[in-house]
Ligand binder design. Structure first.
Ligand code: UT7
Length: 335
């Protein structure tokens, strides 16, 4: 039997109904559609409304749809990893809650927090279980309710983020399709520029942490921007070069959707055309762990078996990475 690779055999996504437009945001903070479009490239984002609704409620929709599309019974899933920075609770893991809500009763799983890189980190981790032969149906979720940690009085961060969920099925493949290569890197010294101060063991929730608004995203935009451009572009170019990928034989770049200018700079460094890049930031904003699966879900019908796809990401930590994936099926058959 030949080498096992981990192929994506299905993809699904979910975004909540409520649309928060730039015009509505402009009534909440001192900003404008023009500033947000020029500096970030976001027109609107989705927000999960409803008391007691968490990340798992969006992920549940995506996973249920994934199981339907891949003709998988929930009991057949043997592992579920959830990439997330806004878990339902500090514990237990959101992966457990999603599994329970979807009837996945024969699996083990856990959460992975790598900032906005969580989905790619989860995908690569899951691929190792498939490649080893130990697991045969692995669900990889990327989901975040960023509105739960976004300060809607802070104009520097509130236009950026939105809510959403995506899920991919990973299964063994014997024709070299699926995850081919990956480069992943962290640099913890970058944490000072992007973090959530309170709510962890260092600064547990207190009246003081709430009064100081320390449960929201803290971001210094410019250093994060610079690190995102250089690291995402560097790793994407490196993964191209070491796998013989050229602008001509690359089908798609799937970049993390943080800022249109970061996406454009990465594509330029790779020497590829904008038409080769999956971009939906204008409609969903930065959904953190969900950006990449939401792109794959939306583009699924255009994907062809054997397509070379590069996934590139950057997030809090700092974390970053890129992966080469050979798409495993004709998307139009499932989308
Ligand atoms: O996904 C995780 C990784 N995160 C990222 O990749 C985010 C990376 N950073 C960015 O995308 C950009 O740095 C931001 C979009 C966050 C900010 O854009 P910028 O071009 O770096 O703006 P800036 O922070 O340098 O601010 C420029 C000006 C400032 O005014 P002054 O000091 O020049 O008078 C800000 O106060 O723009 C002002 N500003 C705004 N004006 C209108 C900041 N936010 C807004 C706003 N509306 N929403």
């Amino acid at each position: 039997m030949g080498k096992i690779t981990a192929a994506i055999t299905g993809i699904a996504g979910y975004v909540p109904d409520y649309i928060l437009t730039n015009d509505e945001l402009s009534q909440m903070v001192d900003t404008s559609d023009e500033w947000i479009m020029t500096r970030i490239g976001i027109k609107e984002r989705r927000i999960l409304k409803g008391q007691g609704k968490g990340t798992s409620d969006m992920a549940m929709h995506a996973v249920n749809d994934l199981l339907r599309k891949t003709n998988t019974r929930p009991e057949e899933v043997d592992m579920l990893i959830c990439g997330v920075v806004t878990p339902d609770m500090q514990f237990p893991a959101t992966a457990n809650i999603i599994s329970d809500k979807c009837g996945i009763t024969n699996a083990f799983g856990y959460d992975m927090n790598a900032g906005c890189s969580s989905f790619l980190y989860a995908l690569i981790t899951a691929s190792k279980f498939v490649e080893s032969g130990s697991h045969k149906k692995v669900v990889v979720v990327g989901a975040d309710k960023m509105s739960s940690i976004t300060d809607y009085t802070d104009r520097a961060t509130c236009p950026i983020f939105g809510d959403g969920a995506g899920a991919a099925m990973l299964e063994p493949n014997f024709d070299g399709l699926g995850v081919v290569d990956a480069i992943m890197q962290v640099d913890g010294s970058g944490r000072k520029h992007l973090h959530q101060v309170a709510g962890g063991s260092m600064y547990p929730a207190s009246y003081e942490t709430v009064a100081k608004r320390q449960h929201f995203i803290y971001q210094e935009g410019q250093p994060v921007f610079k690190a995102a451009v250089s690291n995402m572009a560097d790793t994407a170019v490196e993964i191209m070069q070491r796998n013989g990928i050229t602008p001509e034989n690359l089908a798609w770049l799937v970049p993390h959707q943080a800022n249109m200018r970061i996406i454009e700079a990465t594509a330029k460094r790779m020497g590829i055309k904008k038409e080769q890049v999956m971009i939906n930031i204008e409609r969903y904003g930065n959904t953190t762990s969900a950006t990449i699966p939401l792109c794959l879900w939306e583009w699924e019908s255009k994907l062809r078996k054997g397509d070379n796809i590069i996934i590139a990401t950057f997030g809090a930590g700092f974390t970053w990475g890129a992966s080469l994936v050979k798409w495993a099926y004709d998307g139009s058959e499932k989308a």
